[in-house]
Design a protein around this ligand. Structure first.
Ligand code: NDP
Length: 336
């Protein structure tokens, strides 16, 4: 099996040297276990956190260990009842070509119901993050304005489309004209704005004459700065991600916490961080039912950015943190 391990910890932006490729023998398949071939590996922003030892909600990857990651796999050998050779499963096999996994830790996928890759995107963890964070914390109401950045990504694109379903006016923020075109033409946002435009803050202000009621926080940074003064009284801010600061490059500036707390008080803001796992028990069933139906009837659109070959995972991952991906980033480790 070929695998990519964490070779060293990044200082700031990760580089390809932080990763190392190895070829290893796999352990025997034990009772209740499966040997799987990885078909798709999901690359996600949270992996940057796992590369560091900074305290987080999840354990970091040890040096020399395989990089973690969600995968769609095909079963090559089974020693578990109910899972057959040839079945497709959702598993956490990480950055490797093959793995031995516990059958109890996988979920079988039905390739007839939806393309198997969607289990890592629109019908998987990122889709669920959008669904749970928006509906549980954001609670958009008809006529309200909802803003989200990283809006062509798997989380942001679903946030916009679900908010629209709830009758909200949606403002999508993304990097570059091509992504902005997709926001309105593919994903149905009412407004598309480019955060790299020097006039971004002014254009955002002009685009939301009635202010912003829900800001689904995916990025932090300059987008957050531009959104903040436009929040309405009783605005809700599900804090989902801060990808602009994951590489630890945060610019020095005056302490703005007092001003920030003033607006929390005077505008009665609800700011609520969340990790999607919190809502799995309560909402995953509803999510799969709703999102599967919406994907099937074509009303929930998704976009995938598929990179071929496990060896290209590090570069693709590093690029994603800078916005080089266009849609849910996946590595095709082996053919379907
Ligand atoms: P994406 O595929 O959208 O990739 C990240 C995107 O972030 C890039 O493509 C880029 O898009 C954008 N970006 C990077 N730097 C900046 C910046 N400085 N300013 C504005 N945008 C920037 O990722 P996902 O959809 O998978 O994830 C979106 C967010 O959701 C992340 O913050 C992630 O950590 C978070 N998340 C949180 C979960 C939770 O449980 N809380 C679970 C899953 C995801 P562009 O080119 O448009 O700028």
């Amino acid at each position: 099996s070929t695998r990519i391990v964490l070779a060293s910890r990044p200082d700031g932006t990760p580089t390809p040297d932080n990763f190392r490729t190895e070829v290893v023998d796999l352990p025997e398949v034990g009772d209740g276990q499966l040997l799987v071939r990885v078909v798709y590996l999901s690359l996600d922003p949270y992996m940057r956190g796992r590369m560091s030892t900074a305290k987080s909600y999840a354990a970091h990857v040890e040096l020399g260990d395989v990089m973690v990651g969600g995968t769609v796999c095909q079963v090559v050998e089974s020693r578990a009842a109910g899972v057959d050779v040839g079945d497709y499963v959702l598993a956490g096999a990480g950055w490797q070509s093959h793995a031995v996994v516990d059958a109890a830790a996988v979920r079988k996928l039905d390739p007839q119901a939806a393309p198997i890759s969607t289990a890592l995107g629109v019908l998987g963890m990122p889709g669920f993050t959008a669904y749970s964070g928006l509906l549980k914390i954001g609670q958009p109401k008809p006529g309200e304005t909802v803003a989200v950045a990283a809006a062509t990504g798997p989380v942001g694109s679903a946030v916009g489309q679900i908010a629209k379903r709830k009758g909200a006016r949606t403002v999508g923020i993304a990097g570059g004209p091509e992504k902005c075109r997709a926001l309105t033409e593919e994903f149905g946002f009412d407004v598309a704005l480019d955060h790299r435009d020097p006039e971004f803050a002014k254009k955002l202000k002009d685009a939301v004459p009635e202010g912003i009621d829900v800001y689904f926080e995916n990025v932090g940074g300059a987008v957050q700065d531009a959104v903040w003064p436009l929040l309405n009284t009783y605005a809700r801010i599900p804090v989902c991600g801060l990808v602009a600061q994951y590489n630890g490059v945060v610019e020095e500036r005056a302490d703005r916490l007092p001003g920030f707390f003033s607006s929390v008080l005077t505008k009665s803001l609800t700011i609520r961080g969340f990790i999607q796992t919190e809502f799995v028990k309560e909402m995953y069933g509803d999510f799969l039912r709703d999102a599967s139906a919406w994907v099937r009837d074509g009303s929930l659109k998704y976009r995938e950015d598929i990179v071929d070959g496990l060896e290209n995972a590090p570069t693709a991952f590093i690029g994603m943190l800078a916005g080089k991906n266009f849609g849910k980033l996946l590595v095709r480790v082996s053919p379907e």
